[in-house]
Design a protein around this ligand. Sequence first.
Ligand code: SF4
Length: 375
Amino acid sequence: MSASLDPDRPEARPDLRSLPLDHLTALVASLGERPFRARQLLRWLQQKGAASLDELTDVPRALRAALAERTTLTTLERATEQRSVDGTIKWTWRTHDGKLIESVYLPETDRRTLCVSSQAGCAVGCTFCLTGTMGLARNLTPGEIVDQVHRANRRIVELGEGEGPRPLTNLVFMGMGEPLANYRSLKIALDLLLAEDGPNFSHRHVTVSTSGLVPVMRKLGEETPVKLAVSLNATTDAQRDAIMPINRRYPLAQLLDACRSFPVRNGRRITFEYVLLGGVNDSLEDAARLAGLVRGIPTKVNLIPYNANPGLPFHAPAPERVAAFQEALVARNLTAVVRKNRGRDISAACGQLAAEGGPGDPRRAQSLTGLPVAG
Ligand code: SF4
């Protein structure tokens, strides 16, 4: 068994929350325990979301002591909780080394969705996104990714908003970070979240969003069954180069080829997120080009009207422009939904997650865009 699954701390003691079943099996064997203990540990850590080894009441005390000596256990500390008038809740979590990351809870009548972070900060640097202004602090470990889900589940039950052990129904990887830039941790986290002995999320209810890391999109499609969302936001390379620097490396043609070859399961579609930036990408010509770009791809378009932000050089399109853009897509037989701006009053909308500055960071009070929720 490798010492650690944390690529940034290979020397570290293994983090129990980051370990898949085969690693847990090797670990318990190395401690002279029978194999069934591995599945028992997995259930405690990933199904019940145990916050400490003390909770593992049917695991022998001696084994718990050996685990405490040989391993660590990721449990995020809740630093802040902000509730929106629309029911959205944003949590800031503190990691073991003091990084602040955020998750956003979006309750709806038919689902309870958590928007999950994959990195502390982000290196992609989209010019309309507050997380992009932070730079990358570090990748999250698998344990830190899945523990956002466990802490949220427990908190939702505590708040009386759902029943345990897993009130969340849907997950979207659209929080802080580019998930595919942390693919190793993401893949382990997805396996844990979909595991029958874990929270057992349906792959139909888990969506990973990317800004367009083309080579890793292929891996995601080949190695996981989850749904794909692509943050598109432009219809020409010149436009996209200007607002999403990743486009200079993987231009639109390559990105859309990767979407065409993505193994979309029966009846599924790829979600294209499109933040409407007033005067930048919201013309009817853009709508026509967008329809052309996605031709041949089973597509759903999420239109996300941008919210004006004095800190960044963009403005919101007029509502009638948003409506005209949507109509132009629908007229071309595309499914296009205008997303509600959820959690704007608590800076929980897409592109607003910038916890590194802490609760006093003035950026936290600024509104950017609406959070796209996978449908
Ligand atoms: S939009 Fe996503 S990929 Fe782009 S900077 Fe923000 S967090 Fe990173």
